[in-house]
Design a protein around this ligand. Structure first.
Ligand SMILES: [Zn+2]
Length: 234
């Protein structure tokens, strides 16, 4: 086997001596054969899943002089892209594999069409324009607790009831590095609490009502004789 490889390399080396570009592409191909390193690196275009250590780390503050940098802008752009691609309402940077304290939230009008008026009202849902916060801080402004079903794109295919405070205040830096503050209530306060937990390596499954934990497609599993797939891509 070793001999065969030497032969292969020798042949390629002769061929490569004629072209620098070809040599570089060979090196890349060769390294890929022998490296155990992952080739798909963050920021991902998918959601990291429970079990990934990045979801359990305490995310690092973005250094003040990096907030308005092209690197952080690229991470924020990718977060917004993934948030909208998967049609969800909140995302934290660890969910695309980046252990930094950045969250993005958006409750679009289009989400309402998938919910009954009664559900929309009971869960105190309302529209929220795209909100990006870097190094956010949360304070509770209304300690009344509400329990509603909640899901997480990093625990794909499941949901459970979770208690959350009714009102919160969020402060942090926007994507230009300008201090920003906003008060949220109802479902939007829930989104904020959920995303903030991601920055501290916590998931809703850590404090959910365990008796309500369920597979969101359990009925389809029965009607389709188990032929149901939960996609992790879109
Ligand atoms: Zn989540």
């Amino acid at each position: 086997m070793l001999l065969k490889l030497h032969k292969l390399c020798g042949r390629h080396e002769r061929w490569l001596s004629t072209s620098l570009a070809a040599r570089q592409s060979f090196r890349k191909w060769y390294q890929q054969l022998w490296t155990t390193k992952r080739t798909n690196l963050p920021p991902y275009e998918h959601f990291t899943q429970i079990g990934d250590p990045v979801l359990r780390d305490r995310a690092a503050e973005v250094p003040a002089d990096c907030v308005n940098s092209k690197e952080i802008h690229a991470i924020v752009d990718q977060m917004v892209h993934v948030l909208r691609k998967f049609d969800c309402v909140g995302i934290a940077a660890p969910q695309i594999g980046v252990s930094l304290r950045i969250i993005a939230m958006e409750f679009r009008r289009s989400i309402k069409k998938d919910l009954s008026d009664a559900t929309y009202k009971r869960r105190q849902m309302s529209e929220l324009p795209l909100t990006v916060l870097i190094n956010p801080q949360l304070t509770v402004t209304n300690y009344t607790k509400h329990k509603h079903p909640e899901g997480c794109m990093s625990v794909r295919g499941f949901s459970a009831e979770v208690e959350r405070y009714e009102g919160v205040k969020l402060s942090g830096l926007d994507r230009q590095g300008v201090h920003s503050e906003l008060e949220l209530s109802g479902w939007n306060a829930r989104i904020a609490q959920h995303e903030m937990e991601h920055l501290d390596g916590k998931l809703y499954t850590d404090h959910m009502d365990r008796s309500t934990f369920m597979c969101t497609c359990w009925e389809a599993v029965n009607t389709k004789s188990g032929r149901v797939e939960i996609p992790f891509y879109k």
